[in-house]
Design a protein. Structure first.
Length: 406
């Protein structure tokens, strides 16, 4: 139906163009004189160009999108260069081109729009640039371009969608943190050390399969040769070495700072030499095993780049229903933007079961002070053995300041 309508529309425009030519010719014939014939001959090139543009094919236009890189951090600018090439030098009056962005990029701050009006003339190659000032976190796709040409009279317009797929991944913004364990359960008692975390390699309790991030010196060559697979020594682990991070994915206005702080926290832990795990429950459950190394960090950042605030259950329900938490013998850190009494009760119960203190990071907006209710809940949490650390957006480094160790 649509194709039939396009054909009828094109036929009608040809009839209209023919009528205008005959009208101008009739005026020149009956009126006579220089002016009337001048008007006819002046209109004739436009009419001929209209006919020519109706037969011009947009398929010869080759559009290329040039991206400087595919991996970004949230808040970085993106400069995109769009190049158009063609084989023939047909005079184009104008070319309206637009890069079709996904919804998340359309509303991002843009210094130059992805839509441009070009005047190529006889050029065989031409280009334009557009800039997105601040990239939002997420996985963003580029699908196609919309091309449109026309004549000066506006009678004939041609439009085409040129498929040109592309993808960028925008990781969450992070802050350099000096991670220090709030409590280290050594035999001598509690300490807060700035030194790089080291495993106790003096006592090997067994062997296990090799995992990315394991040191070369931990490989048990005798067991590896016997089983024909790389095996790693299993050392006695202390609670302070490994950290289990649980991030709240309930929709709030502070969700992006929650993701950013979680990324900063995970990066700081792994850079310290410790191992960490992450649990998130959004539209689906995602749990990452306790590991270390750069590859594990990249895996966690890739997950945080795509995470969305789509959890329908309160944070305490997530802690209550996930049996994996009970099985872990690690330090727990919870990241959320909301503190409630049921959450404190569940965190306190979990801490009693694990025999340690649960740390809860409460993320607030920039220069946003906690309410009276939140202060009251923080006092209740501290009384029940749940350490609550208030973290404001833009001041993530204060999360591990000296104040929080008192």
């Amino acid at each position: 139906m649509k194709k039939t309508w396009m054909i009828l529309k094109k036929v009608w425009k040809f009839i209209l163009l023919l009528f205008l030519i005959l009208l101008a010719f009739s005026y020149a014939m009956f009126q006579g004189g220089f002016v009337s014939w001048f008007l006819f001959y002046s209109f004739l090139p436009f009419a001929i160009y209209c006919v020519a543009i109706s037969f011009y094919s947009l398929n010869e236009l080759e559009v290329t999108r040039i991206l400087p890189k595919t991996d970004f951090n949230a808040g970085e600018p993106l400069k995109v260069t769009v190049t158009v090439k063609r084989a023939k030098s047909f005079p184009l009056f104008y070319l309206l081109i637009e890069d079709q962005l996904d919804e998340s990029l359309k509303f991002a701050p843009q210094q130059k729009r992805p839509k441009a009006l070009l005047l190529p003339g006889l050029k065989k190659e031409f280009s334009y640039e557009y800039i997105i000032d601040e990239l939002p976190r997420g996985e963003h796709f580029f699908e196609s371009f919309t091309l449109r040409i026309g004549d000066p009279l506006g009678l004939f317009e041609k439009e085409k969608k040129a498929a040109m797929e592309g993808k960028i991944i925008v990781y969450p913004a992070y802050t350099e943190l000096l991670y220090r364990s709030f409590e280290n359960h050594y035999d001598s008692g509690l300490t807060a050390s700035r030194e790089r975390v080291q495993r106790d390699t003096s006592m090997a309790t067994g062997v296990r399969d090799y995992q990315p991030g394991d040191r070369f010196s931990w490989i048990n060559w005798k067991a590896s040769a016997k089983r024909n697979i790389l095996m790693t020594k299993e050392f006695e682990q202390r609670q302070s070495h490994d950290v289990f991070v649980v991030m709240d994915c309930v929709p709030t206005k502070q969700f992006e700072p929650v993701v950013s702080f979680t990324a900063s926290l995970l990066r700081a832990i792994l850079k310290k030499g410790a191992q960490t795990s992450l649990l998130t429950i959004s539209n689906e459950r995602a749990s990452f095993p306790i590991r270390g190394g750069e590859q594990h960090l990249q895996q966690l950042f890739f997950h945080l780049a795509k995470i969305e605030a789509k959890c329908t259950s309160p944070f305490e329900k997530v802690l209550d229903t996930d049996g994996l938490l009970i099985q872990q013998t690690v330090s727990f850190m919870l990241v959320t933007a909301q503190i409630t009494k049921p959450l404190i009760e569940k965190a306190s119960f979990l801490g009693q079961r694990k025999g340690g203190t649960i740390t809860l990071f409460l993320i607030k907006g920039e220069k946003e002070a906690p309410t009276d209710d939140e202060r009251s809940l923080m006092a209740i949490a501290n009384a029940r053995g749940v350490r609550v650390v208030l973290v404001q957006e833009g001041e993530f480094t204060a999360a591990f300041s000296e104040v929080n160790f008192r």
